[in-house]
Write a protein that binds this ligand. Structure first.
Ligand code: AMP
Length: 569
């Protein structure tokens, strides 16, 4: 069975195509969203999702989140002395989604289509693919998130030509994609974005507003746990702005409860610099697509952070177009990925849409530039331009740069800078050339970039016909079969928290957190219920234990409700 997966910065989810439609797959807790959070608990168990997030409030040093931002980098996360890369942490999230899907669908899930931000480079895409492999999934395609969303929005359901902008503001990334649908072909015209802008930044604004009100000069004076509570309160406050024009933040800092209320107007004012950052990628995408706003039929909003009214208003103000947001922004990418699975499987019930994507960055090589009087090395020669529709194959001819040159070394680079050294080196190929004066030998370089973001490079010496071909993978990023196997074994050796235990753990972590935060009688009530629940887990029948768990949950809801009473007005 194949499933579509939205591997998000904040949350992830899976969907599949059954009975002629896309269906979201609930996780083990019955929820559609699984937080992209991983913890290692005191017993060395790996926790994933909501349980990990709850555990993380109390044990931030044993918890990793927002690791998608480091995908494809060497960054290691230290959790209780164990080191993990972003790829491995994502592997845990994917494994959890796979297991939940298998229980829900009652069949083995061995293949997936996983979405990534359109701006992910080659390294990040490959790391995502490997994360899937670490979870035991064959990743048959990596799909751009905005493309998936457009499919979920039904772009292309009508016969007529449509041009739309997908505005995707998630937890940590922002992408703008312009695509055109015509005669069953969905063509991505341009991609622009910012890998370091998302809903979390809008939370950060509230954190700073709150601390300013409290006259806290710097976040460094707060301990990690208090700071986490401030972030949690800011997140809740941000989300409650969708229900009213005022929202409160209530946090217990150094034993005192501090309550602050904010209006949407002051929040918008503080967010102006962030909103302003949304403008550039919009303009750039239109410029790259060589169209104006008048050419657009629709603007589609996706990503959790577009639930913020200030973001929607801003999009309307600067474009003059009412954006659409009727498909749940939390799920549209996964739904699109599931529809894509159906297309891949050539499901008869869904009309096939041929997708054409674009290469999101320029690919080129390093050359010596002859300025007449002197030669300047280190220049970048683009071969495939950014936003070229893929699959694509492009050729360039270069010449030997020195007299008696024996070899030509072709550096395969990715990036937009005119200086080669500022671009990302993906790999190198060397060919022998007949010795002679400079400029005598012509070398043909062909780059072929396919829909799976694999780059094939062919270098041919025209005089001798000598040819070298390679599928480019970054050397430092390459892992051997043997190493992949070793890593897989290491990860499998780690115990993932048993599914049955999940709800109990989640309730217990939440109870412990609220116990720490509560004062007086509430603290006692939680303490007593924790003891009762703890005892029930080892002595009572499953049914009795569930009744006590429900009682504990009700108590926690009641206490949390008190804290946030009057939050929205
Ligand atoms: P995504 O990566 O698409 O799951 O988006 C996650 C981001 O959406 C996080 O920064 C959330 O805080 C934000 N988000 C989710 N729901 C809301 C809401 N109701 N109002 C504002 N932001 C939200």
């Amino acid at each position: 069975m194949i499933i579509g997966i939205d591997l998000g910065t904040t949350n992830s989810l899976a969907a599949c195509f059954i009975n002629g439609k896309a269906e979201l797959i609930p996780n083990r807790l019955g929820k559609k969203l699984t937080p992209s959070v991983v913890s290692v608990d005191d017993d060395g168990n790996i926790l994933v999702g909501e349980t990990a997030r709850e555990y993380g409030y109390m044990h931030p040093e044993r918890t990793a989140k927002v690791f998608k931002r480091s995908m494809g980098t060497d960054r290691q996360y230290d959790l209780a002395g164990m080191k993990f890369s972003s790829e491995e942490l994502s592997g845990f999230v994917l494994r959890s989604l796979k297991e939940d899907a298998e229980v829900y669908l009652k069949e083995t899930v061995d293949e997936a289509i996983i979405s990534v931000p359109a701006y992910f480079n080659d390294k990040q895409r490959k790391a995502t693919k490997r994360a899937g492999e670490l979870a035991g999934l064959k990743v048959s395609r990596i799909i751009n998130e905005p493309t998936a969303s457009a499919i979920a929005y039904g772009v292309g359901e009508d016969e007529a030509m449509e041009r739309c902008m997908v505005f995707d503001l998630g937890g940590g990334t922002f992408d703008v994609t312009i695509l055109e649908y015509f005669k069953n072909i969905m063509e991505v015209y341009a991609i622009a974005g910012d890998n370091f802008l998302g809903g979390e930044d809008f939370t950060q604004v509230l954190v700073e507003m709150y601390l300013r009100r409290l006259l806290v000069a710097s976040i460094s004076v707060l301990d990690l746990r208090t700071l986490n509570n401030v972030y949690k309160a800011a997140e809740d406050c941000k989300c409650s702005f969708s229900q009213g024009s005022k929202a409160k933040m209530v946090v217990n800092i150094f034993g005192r409860v501090h309550e602050e209320e904010f209006t949407i107007e002051e929040y918008r004012e503080a967010c102006e610099p962030l909103l302003e950052k949304l403008r550039k990628p919009i303009e750039k995408s239109l410029r790259d697509a060589r169209i104006t706003l008048d050419d657009l039929d629709r603007i589609i909003l996706v990503g959790g952070a577009t639930k913020l009214s200030i973001v929607r208003d801003y999009v309307r103000e600067i474009t003059g177009i009412y954006p659409e947001w009727y498909v749940d922004p939390d799920t549209s990418v996964a739904v699109g990925a599931a529809l894509q699975c159906a297309m891949k499987e050539r499901d008869k019930r869904i009309e096939e849409v041929i997708l054409t994507d674009v290469c999101p960055f320029t690919l080129g090589t390093e050359v010596v530039r002859d300025n007449g009087s002197f030669e300047e090395p280190g220049h970048y020669l683009p071969i495939i331009d950014r936003n070229t529709v893929i699959p694509v194959s492009k050729k360039q001819i270069v010449y030997t740069a020195h007299d008696n040159q024996k070899y030509v070394n072709v550096k395969v680079l990715q990036g937009e800078s005119y200086m080669a050294r500022n671009n990302l080196l993906l790999g190198e190929l060397t060919v022998e050339v007949p010795v002679g004066p400079k400029g005598q030998e012509a070398i043909e370089i062909t780059y072929t970039y396919d829909v799976n973001a694999l780059l094939e490079v062919e270098v041919k010496v025209l005089s001798t016909g000598l040819q070298r071909t390679a599928i480019i993978q970054n050397e430092e990023n390459r892992i051997s079969e043997e190493e992949a196997q070793k890593r897989l074994e290491r990860l499998q050796y780690l115990k993932q928290n048993p599914r049955d235990d999940e709800e109990n753990k989640l309730v217990m972590f939440r109870a412990e957190r609220l116990y720490e935060e509560a004062l007086g009688p509430d603290k006692n009530r939680i303490g007593n219920m924790i003891a009762e629940f703890d005892n029930a887990m080892s002595t009572k029948t499953r049914l009795e234990m569930e009744i006590i768990r429900k009682k504990l949950e009700d108590l926690l809801d009641e206490i949390e409700q008190q804290d946030y009473k009057g939050l929205v007005s």
